[in-house]
Ligand binder design. Structure first.
Ligand code: MF3
Ligand code: CO
Length: 257
């Protein structure tokens, strides 16, 4: 069941997503060689509580193993859901996915960025640029009257035209009073998949995960960390967006505010 949001609810979601964007901005600034992924997690949590919000991922438990941290930090071949650790320090040449969400006044916000630490390879830069472009191509199609497939195909086309592969084991999602709501927002589309029409008041988290090599992944023994099966790089960008009569509004982007 898809829950549409009215303008008052979207106003609260705008505030929630703004907190996510502000925290991500600070995390990007803090992501330097030698910093541990656990330090980034602590910073994210501290900033969030100061802003009167709560981290969304902490205590999340869709499967067997509860997620115990506030932030997901996924480095290089890690696709998503990398678990912060005191012993995992960022180093020059890494690409680092920072995925963060909050709940504020009853509503969730969720966003992710992948950033370079120091100098990274040209291939890594291109992967990050294409993944970000795939997200924005998807957002552009998030207009009333289109369908989920329009978003999905735009993401997929952007990634595949660049020679990269789309992760199919995870998808974007509706977002609101829950972190994960209907509809699913896949990053590829095949006939027969659920394909609702987009309506005013839908709020979606669009989140392409794009791999340099194979789309196949493995989950590490920690029960969370998804890594590429071939060990090649992966990138992840995500925004929470509202579908309005005048087009998509990116809730989790600071430049927009
Ligand atoms: N952005 C991710 C998502 O939408 C992060 C989830 S981490 C989890 O699913 F711990 F909450 F699962
Ligand atoms: Co998400």
């Amino acid at each position: 069941m898809i829950t549409l949001k009215n303008s008052a609810e979207i106003a609260v979601m705008r505030a929630a997503s703004r907190i996510v964007a502000e925290v991500l901005e600070e995390l990007v600034a803090a992501a330097r060689p030698g910093v541990s992924t656990l330090e980034l997690d602590r910073l994210a949590e501290e900033l969030t509580l100061k802003k009167g919000a709560r981290p969304a991922f902490k205590g999340y438990r869709p499967g067997e193993v509860e997620y115990r941290h506030s932030l997901c930090v996924s480095i290089n071949e890690e696709i998503v859901h990398g678990i912060p650790k005191a012993g995992r320090k960022l180093k020059p040449g890494d690409i680092v996915g920072l995925d963060f969400g909050v709940v504020y006044q009853g509503f969730y916000g969720d966003a992710a960025r992948t950033v370079a630490i120091g100098k990274v390879t040209e291939g890594a830069v291109r992967l990050m640029q294409v993944t970000r472009a795939a997200l924005y191509a998807g957002i552009e199609r998030a207009v009333v009257g289109n369908r989920i497939s329009d978003i999905a195909r735009a993401v997929q086309h952007t990634a595949e035209a660049a020679g990269f592969s789309v992760v199919t084991d995870f998808a974007g999602h509706g977002i609101g009073r829950k972190l994960h709501e209907d509809p699913q927002v896949p990053n590829y589309f095949l006939p027969g998949m659920p394909n609702p029409r987009l309506q005013e008041g839908m709020v979606l988290a669009i989140e392409p995960m794009i791999n340099e090599g194979t789309a196949e992944l493995e989950i590490l023994a920690d029960g969370w960390t998804a890594v590429t099966a071939d060990g090649k790089l992966s990138a992840h960008f995500e925004h929470s967006i509202a579908i309005t009569a005048s087009g998509p509004e990116i809730l989790s982007e600071l430049a927009n505010a």
